[in-house]
Each structure stands twice: as structure tokens, then as C-alpha cells.
Ligand binder design. Structure first.
Ligand code: ADP
Length: 350
């Protein structure tokens, strides 16, 4: 199918350069099955005046050729961040990768990741989580699969690691390979090598979205992950009292660095207000109100939404079932944010 798509795209010519999309290197990635085709086109020039036109042509051509599939064409600008790895990897079947980051630990990044994954699954998307938080891998616990022992299989010419499955979500975690007490020893090359292996050798199969739970902060480990994993967008999580702090700004800047060049989908304000279980309609803004919105506005970042402090969110994470899988009122917050992220990823970029 991919070959057929490339063949079709070879028929579309860039009016200025005279090169066709295929041989001119404008195809960044193709992910295709009978239901869905996601094509990313890349134009070396920023604001290429022909980008929108070529995108529409590709969209029309593919929709016509594959009437049963939902066709999504996205445009990116600038030279590719890196060449596709020469070695075989298992990331080819993944539609989009969403990185979830935070300036500091403890703000609820992993909880947001887990609940967004459940919301995306509830929206009908095939979803996976890569828990790359080497300092505190908490996804196995949140999904109740702490005892999972990943099995290795040899398929399609590579050794692959089978992810855990919980609630229809594929989960691979660095936590399956290290004891929590050893996490601090896992800095540097060892952690990077292990993460590389998880990124390239996990048997993800076909996923619409892979959520990557990044370690907190902005260190070398982030750059290594960014180099290995083709991240489509980043979501930054903060609490109200942390939002004005330099760590959050550094988080945004990390992705915006011209060498990195990953779009920031926006910021999520977690623990934005307190809602006691017995008074689910009351809101107490314990740590101040509106900080994330202001931060977003002043830094040119979108505000994706806020999530209250709810007892069931904490209990869900501790109990092996994210609250979004149990409580529809809670799920609504995450679904709203997930919807915005999906819209951004699928929206026409002009
Ligand atoms: P991080 O990944 O940023 O280190 P976690 O996701 O592990 O943070 O969250 C830290 C703690 O806060 C956990 O105990 C989690 O259950 C709790 N928590 C996170 N978000 C909420 C929330 N919205 N309401 C209540 N508890 C929360």
C-alpha cells in the first residue's frame, strides 16, 4: 500500500522545483492501512507558497485512490531533523507520537499521560504508552501491570519486545527493566541505550497514537529521546504554582529549539482547583487561578485545559486503573484535552 501511495505521489510535481513529491524527498512519513492513511509532507523552505496546494492535491489523489480510508495529510517545514535510522525499527506502524513533558517531577505528568491514553482509547484510537521516565516509571503501577515481564520474540528480522496490554492500551515501560530503587543509577549511557531499545524494538503493531511519558526536566536524556523517537507534538504539564517558574519555560524552549523543532501542542494545568468528592460541583483554587492561561498567552503557547484535584484521580493511579476508565466526570476533562491535541495533529497546516 505504501508503495502504491509513493507511486501516486510521484505524479504530483512541485511547480517551483520541478521535482515530484516522491523523488524530491518531500515525503516525510507514510502510515497506512485499509482504514486510515496518514501522510506527512515536508518542505525544506519555511512558508513554501506551494505547500497548501500540494497538500490538497495529495489529499484529493489519495482520497480518490483509497475511498474506504480516512486520509490525513500534514505539512511540516524545514529539513528533516534526522535521517531515518538505517537499522530496522518497530516504530513504522505508529501514526503520531505525543510527548508529555514537565519542568519538574510530581506535577502529575504521568497521571495526565495515563488518563489521556484512556481518553484516546475511549475515542476509538489505538493507543500506546512509552514510559520513558527513567527517574520514576509509574505507568506499570497506574495500569496494574507492575509484575509484567516483557517477552522477546524474533519477528520480521528483528528481536522485538512484547508490550504489556491493559484496558486495550499497549504499554512499554523502562520500569519493566529496572527496580525502582535502581532508577537513580540509571543515568547516562545505560539509560539511553535501554530507552533506544524500547523505542525501536517494542512490538507496537499499528497504533494511532503513542504517548511518551518523558522524564521531568530538560536534560541530555531528553535530547537522546528526541533524537530516537520521531515526536510529532509535545504537551507540557504544570501545576498552577509551578507554571510561572523557569522550568516550564525551559520545557517549552527545549521543543522550540531550532535543532529540535517539535511543535508544542500546549500546556495542561494540573491540580488547578480542588473538588471534594462530596461536593463535585464546588471549585476551590488552592494554588491560584489563571496562571497557566496567562503563561500560555505570554509565551505563544496554547492552553489545552485544566484538571482539578480529585480524589479518584489519585486513587485510580494508585489502584491500577486510571480514573478516566472509571469516572465519566473525570474522563471528560481528559477527553476535552485529548480532542484538542488530535485536532491540532490533524488540522490543515497552511
Ligand atoms: P509526575 O509524573 O509529574 O511525577 P504523577 O503523575 O506521578 O506526577 O503524580 C504525582 C501524584 O499526584 C500522584 O500521587 C498522583 O496520583 C497525584 N495526582 C496527579 N494528578 C492529580 C489530580 N488531578 N488529582 C489528584 N491527584 C493527582
Amino acid at each position: 500500500m505504501e508503495e502504491k501511495i509513493r507511486e501516486l505521489l510521484a505524479g504530483i510535481v512541485h511547480p517551483e522545483t520541478g521535482r515530484d513529491l516522491a523523488s524530491g524527498g518531500m515525503i516525510d512519513s507514510i502510515s497506512a492501512d485499509s482504514e486510515r492513511i496518514v501522510l506527512t509532507l515536508r518542505f525544506a523552505k519555511t512558508r513554501d507558497p506551494f505547500a497548501a496546494k500540494l497538500k490538497n492535491q495529495a489529499q484529493e489523489l489519495l482520497s480518490e485512490a483509497f475511498p474506504a480510508a480516512q486520509v490525513m495529510v500534514v505539512v511540516r517545514e524545514g529539513a528533516p531533523r534526522r535521517a531515518e535510522p538505517a537499522n530496522k525499527t518497530t516504530t513504522g506502524g505508529i501514526g503520531r507520537v505525543i510527548a508529555v513533558a514537565s519542568g519538574k517531577g510530581g506535577v502529575g505528568k504521568s497521571t495526565v499521560t495515563a488518563n489521556l491514553a484512556v481518553a484516546l482509547r475511549n475515542m476509538g484510537y489505538r493507543t500506546g504508552i512509552l514510559d520513558a521516565d527513567i527517574y520514576g516509571p509509574s505507568q506499570p503501577k497506574m495500569f496494574g501491570v507492575e509484575d509484567y515481564l516483557p517477552e522477546a520474540v524474533h519477528e520480521e528480522g528483528i528481536d522485538q519486545i512484547v508490550p504489556a496490554e491493559s484496558m486495550g492500551i499497549s504499554l512499554m515501560s523502562i520500569g519493566f527493566f529496572i527496580k525502582p530503587d535502581d532508577a537513580l543509577l540509571w543515568r547516562g549511557a545505560m539509560a539511553v541505550n535501554a530507552l533506544k531499545q524500547l523505542i525501536h524494538q517494542t512490538r507496537w503493531g499499528r497504533l494511532d497514537f503513542l504517548l511518551a511519558d518523558l522524564p521531568p526536566g530538560t536534560g541530555d536524556i531528553h535530547l537522546s529521546i528526541i533524537n530516537e523517537l520521531k515526536i510529532d507534538t509535545a504537551v507540557i504539564v504544570s501545576t498552577p504554582q509551578q507554571v510561572a517558574v523557569a522550568d516550564v519555560r525551559r520545557g517549552v524552549e527545549l521543543f522550540r529549539n531550532p535543532q529540535v523543532n517539535i511543535p508544542v501542542a500546549g500546556i495542561v494545568e494540573n491540580m488547578a482547583w480542588f473538588t471534594p468528592a462530596e461536593l463535585p460541583d464546588n471549585r476551590y483554587y488552592l494554588f491560584g487561578k489563571g496562571g497557566a492561561r496567562e503563561f500560555a498567552e505570554s509565551h505563544g503557547v496554547d492552553f489545552l485545559g485544566d484538571i482539578p484535584i480529585v480524589q479518584s484521580i489519585m486513587e485510580g493511579s494508585d489502584g491500577g486503573r486510571p480514573a478516566s476508565a472509571i469516572d465519566p466526570r473525570v474522563e471528560e476533562h481528559y477527553r476535552d484535552i485529548a480532542g484538542k491535541i488530535v485536532d491540532k495533529l490533524t488540522k490543515t497546516e497552511e
